[in-house]
Ligand binder design. Structure first.
Ligand SMILES: NC(=O)c1ccc[n+]([C@@H]2O[C@H](COP(=O)([O-])OP(=O)(O)OC[C@H]3O[C@@H](n4cnc5c(N)ncnc54)[C@H](OP(=O)(O)O)[C@@H]3O)[C@@H](O)[C@H]2O)c1
Length: 374
């Protein structure tokens, strides 16, 4: 893609808010020096990060996702330095709170009222703005009563520091508890769920996405390419030495976890390779890249408002952007991708689907998560 005047991203409503966001959100975990021991590869300095932001806007994007923890605050600072040269109200800006590893302090983490209030003040300072559009709890906190967290988020909405609240990395019952308690206490509802979701990770179709569907909560998938594995650039049997998938974390706890999948786990999975081969086949037939087809599959899931893309250069951004607009996967192509990537369905989901969809003799997760192929 060279001439951006011919190309503009499509827009969707962000859940039930009435806010319109580009269907690709720019993830900024790659901005600034990595916060991980040994340094995650593929980080962008400030100059390249600003080029990526400028190009994203040129392509029609208006939705930017960051977090206090990304590059230990530097991702927010880099965005802030860019934002001050922009018209602030053109952008839907999202950040998160939970983890904080600068000047470790036992009370500088999690979702206590104390930590949330301190964190939003610091995020706003780094972002050089007086509000964020979407403030997300980055993970469920087992230690803090969820009531305290929800009341605090609501107070931040009331005093104008955040426009909306959302969450990330929660289970189905936790999300339902958030929905119910917000309703019971007459607080502003959470509007979005940011969850790892791709053709390689579909577990949330069993539970959380049904809560989203029933309550109009926007799903914002992260790791749409499973850290780059679904870009088609890796070949089975050829261990990568570069890039995110080739990275081996120094910290053992970080090795091969769900956020940073290890090559060994990926390489051993027939399902992932069969999925990549299917993506290649469909991509070839349609003249699209593997990454574009993988992202397009997410965009055609009816619960998804915007897919968070992560890039480390302009080439990757230009590639991924093509998924946004101007073409679609057919119903048959969606079905082929659903089938090849189908996770094993655990009890009791399998039994419930089988019993409830006996008429169609079809007991797939897509019984709940529909393909929007109109
Ligand atoms: N809520 C959460 O807990 C959470 C967790 C993680 C991320 N996120 C958000 O989601 C965003 C995206 O996550 P992610 O980085 O894991 O996404 P991803 O799309 O799965 O992986 C991005 C990486 O894949 C490679 N890549 C991307 N496009 C490519 C292309 N077209 N061709 C070849 N390689 C390509 C690049 O790494 P290499 O070039 O190094 O291979 C890039 O850094 C983050 O920036 C962040 O905003 C949220």
């Amino acid at each position: 893609m060279t001439d951006s005047s011919e190309f503009k991203m499509d827009y969707n409503y962000l859940g039930r808010t009435g806010l319109q966001v580009s269907n690709l959100c720019l993830g900024t975990m790659t901005f600034g020096q990595s916060s991980f021991q040994g340094g995650l590869p593929g980080q962008c300095d400030e100059e390249l990060s600003h080029q990526i932001l400028n190009r994203y806007v040129e392509l029609g994007g208006n939705f930017i996702d960051t977090a206090d923890i990304y590059s230990l605050g530097n991702s927010e600072s880099i965005i802030g330095n860019w934002l001050k040269q922009q018209q602030r109200d053109k952008y839907i800006l999202a950040t998160k709170v939970f983890f904080w590893r600068v000047n470790p302090d036992i009370n500088r983490q999690g979702l206590t009222r104390r930590h949330i209030v301190q964190s939003i003040e610091e995020s706003l300072e780094r972002l050089q703005t007086d509000y964020v559009d979407l403030y997300q709890m980055h993970c469920w906190d087992n230690a803090t009563p969820i009531r305290e967290t929800l009341l605090t988020f609501n107070d931040l909405i009331r005093c104008g520091k955040i426009r909306h609240a959302g969450c990330s990395n929660v289970t189905g019952w936790q999300l339902q508890q958030i929905v119910d308690l917000n309703r019971e206490l007459n607080l502003n509802p959470f509007i979005s769920l940011q969850q790892q979701y791709s053709l390689a990770t579909r577990y949330d179709e069993f539970e959380s996405f049904n809560v989203c569907k029933l309550n109009g909560i926007a799903v914002l998938p992260w790791s749409a390419l499973k850290g780059g594995a679904l870009s088609g650039k890796y070949k089975r049997g050829e261990r990568p030495v570069a890039g995110r998938i080739g990275w081996v974390a120094q910290d053992e706890a970080q090795r091969g976890n769900q956020t940073f999948p290890s090559w060994d786990k990926l390489e051993g999975s027939d399902k992932i390779w069969n999925t990549i081969w299917k993506l290649e086949e469909i991509g070839k037939a349609k003249g699209k890249s593997v990454a574009q087809v993988a992202i397009r599959w997410l965009l055609q899931r009816d619960i998804v408002s915007s897919v968070i893309i992560g890039v480390r250069n302009l080439k990757q951004l230009n590639d991924n952007a093509v998924a946004s607009s101007g073409w679609k996967l057919t119903k048959e192509e969606m079905q082929e991708l659903n089938d090849v990537s189908m996770p094993e369905i655990p009890y009791p989901y399998e039994q419930i689907w089988r019993q409830n969809d006996y008429k169609n003799n079809k007991y797939l997760p897509s019984y709940f998560v529909d393909d929007m192929t109109d």
